[in-house]
Write a protein that binds this ligand. Structure first.
Ligand code: GTP
Length: 596
């Protein structure tokens, strides 16, 4: 296709503002999906996405469009909506020249809209502002057109008004995309360079890699080379999604499509990497490549210890489709054999866990998530700590923790509670702007560790659900952090060790000691439950000894009854974990870890 007839765009929107519905309407209007094949959210393939209503994996669809007698080709690139996947978002934006900024006409701009809008502007995309859901009785398009115009400049009258549901205004939007989005430019005669913006594992076809060709041409049956690793592969198939895969002879400048090489693992076909031709390789990679970097770590343990091999296999399978997932075996005295797993963020953790439980029928317990700390010890050595058990003994000279820039958008009346929350989580305010009279954007720098637990839930409950949040990792800072250990009868219970700010150590220690005291059954002897920072005890509870001897009522009685009772106790003990000399039912650990 002649690049001057190609238009590459994406839709950026906050969750639920109607991106999938609008995409569905475009598929219909351009005729690539017949009405009888249409199902809601056609592009959200994975069941899990459907279930949660979140688009995780981006896809690219080619759609024809006639405008003023010429046949254009759109490539609509679907961007993942959640902060955990921000690197994938940036790669998808890089494959486009234009972006539809889609805003719910009954809600206005939200934090995610804003974060993606800023990203789109950084990538120099032409922004087409659109208000959606104008069919809703609660829609206030005039008001929110003002808000958008105020934000991106321009005239409120230039903000298009559409309804993905009824289809109103969608044709006009497609026409505007042709007129306003620039055609791709690139050197057709140069060696081939294509940027990978998504890579998905397909059970039948292996890895399907989505690319945008920047220069040159990739042809079918060619040998290609991945520029980050220099690995070469044969192109088994090349084509475009319409949205069903359609094999072609090749892809040229500005075109967006897929490649199949027979590799079995997405880590061999990495998002952000450059594909070139083996026989006439490009000299330089396309910029912006990054290795996926896990930000949050958690221990995952099967509740039934015999399921450990199933868990390993399941994680290996998920990794085929998820280059950002990393894991290594971990052993816990309290929880047995499991894995230390690295995630991009909390949503990534939750989705992974849900998939493990739903698709592999596993019952799992996860330890409190933690971030990566860099600890320098007195001997000058630098330790990377992803697990409290790796926290070096002795007095560290410096501990650094990751920080994020967070944006919160709230109705003005909730500014107070949001500020309080951010301050209690060691946040530093960076700025505050009124988007309109009643809506405010607050910007904070916060430690990542303070937002990975329940920050979003707290934010929602303090603002009656009106706040929206977005954040982005920005670096790290030195912080006064300590490791808190929980001890039973003087022995550390590894699963409960945590790294916290010194000011929060006491409250964590008291909470966990109390919780365990309530959950662990009495023993034959008194058991102290303690919280400690180093060798200093900061909290103590006591599980009192059982007064009654279980065998006392059998004294003088018949011996077989006595034996039966002992037998029964042995049964019960199988499900016990022994920490030092204390027997603890595994359920107690699980309950202590899951309640909050
Ligand atoms: P995520 O994939 O979760 O980011 O959501 P999305 O932005 O793709 O939103 P989706 O298309 O799933 O729509 C969210 C909800 O809004 C659904 O219940 C849709 O039926 C509804 N919706 C979408 N567009 C319109 C519209 O134009 N009018 C009305 N009334 N409802 C709409």
């Amino acid at each position: 296709t002649d690049p001057s007839l190609i238009r590459n765009f994406c839709i950026i929107a906050h969750i639920d503002h109607g991106k999938s519905t609008l995409a569905d309407r475009m598929l219909q209007l351009t005729g690539v999906v017949q009405p009888r094949e249409m199902k809601d959210q056609y592009l959200d393939r994975m069941d899990i996405e459907r279930e949660r209503g979140i688009t995780i994996k981006s896809q690219a669809v080619r759609m024809p469009w006639e405008f003023e007698g010429e046949s254009f080709a759109f490539h609509m690139i679907d961007t993942p909506g959640h902060v955990d996947f921000s690197y994938e978002v940036s790669r998808s934006l890089d494959a486009c020249e234009g972006a539809v900024l889609l805003v719910d006409a009954a809600q206005g701009i939200e934090a995610q809209t804003l974060a993606n809008l800023y990203l789109a502007m950084e990538h120099d995309l032409v922004i087409i502002p659109v208000l959606n859901k104008i069919d809703l009785p609660a829609a206030e398009p005039d008001k929110y057109a003002e808000e958008i115009a105020h934000l991106i400049g321009g005239d409120p009258d230039d903000v298009l008004r559409v309804s993905g549901k009824t289809g109103a205004g969608v044709e006009e939007l497609l026409d505007r995309l042709v007129v306003e989005v620039p055609a791709p430019t690139g050197d057709a005669d140069a060696p081939a360079r294509a940027m990978i913006f998504d890579s998905v594992y397909d059970t039948y076809r292996g890895v399907v890699t989505f690319v945008r060709v920047v220069d040159g041409h990739l042809s079918r049956r060619e040998q290609i080379r991945m520029m980050s690793t220099d690995a070469t592969h044969s192109l088994l198939e090349i084509g475009v999604s319409q949205p069903e895969p359609q094999a072609t002879e090749g892809l040229g400048v500005g075109e967006v499509g897929y490649l199949i090489t027979g590799v079995k693992d997405v880590r061999q076909s990495k998002v952000g990497d450059t594909v070139t031709a083996r026989d006439r390789p490009a000299a330089e990679r396309i910029g912006g490549y990054q290795e996926p970097r896990p930000m949050v770590f958690s221990g995952l343990f099967p509740i039934d210890g015999s399921e450990f091999p199933v868990l390993r296999e399941a994680l290996e399978k998920l990794q085929l489709n998820d280059a950002a997932l990393s894991f290594e075996p971990e052993t816990s005295a309290a929880l047995g054999f499991g894995f230390r797993v690295g995630f991009l963020g909390l949503l990534h953790l939750e989705i992974t866990r849900q998939r493990l439980e739903a698709e592999y029928d596993l019952d799992l317990i996860s330890t409190a998530p933690n971030v990566i700390y860099h600890v320098t010890t007195e001997d000058g050595e630098l330790h990377e700590v992803t697990n409290p058990s790796e926290f070096p003994d002795g007095k560290p000279t410096e501990i650094r923790e990751p920080i994020v820039d967070a944006t919160v958008i709230v109705p003005a009346e909730y500014v107070g509670p949001v500020m309080e929350l951010c301050q209690s989580r060691r946040g530093t305010m960076q700025g505050m702007d009124y988007l309109s009279e009643e809506r405010v954007e607050l910007r904070y720098t916060l430690p990542l560790a303070e937002i990975v637990f329940d920050f979003f839930d707290q934010l929602k409950s303090r603002t009656k659900g009106y706040a929206s949040l977005n954040w982005q990792g920005t670096g790290d800072q030195a912080a006064d952090l300590v490791k808190v250990d929980i001890l039973l009868q003087g022995d550390k219970v590894d699963a409960f060790s945590a790294i916290t700010h010194r000011d929060h150590a006491y409250s964590y220690g008291v909470k966990m000691a109390k919780r365990l005291k309530d959950l662990i059954p009495r023993q034959q002897f008194e058991v102290p439950v303690q919280a400690a920072v180093g060798s200093r005890i900061i909290a103590r509870e006591t599980i009192r000894a059982i007064r009654k001897d279980v065998l006392s009522k059998c004294y003088g009685g018949d011996i077989s009854r006595k034996r039966k009772l002992l037998e029964k106790q042995k049964e019960g003990k199988k499900r016990m974990k022994t920490v030092g000399t204390v027997d603890v039912p595994q359920e107690a650990f699980i309950a202590a870890l899951s309640s909050d």
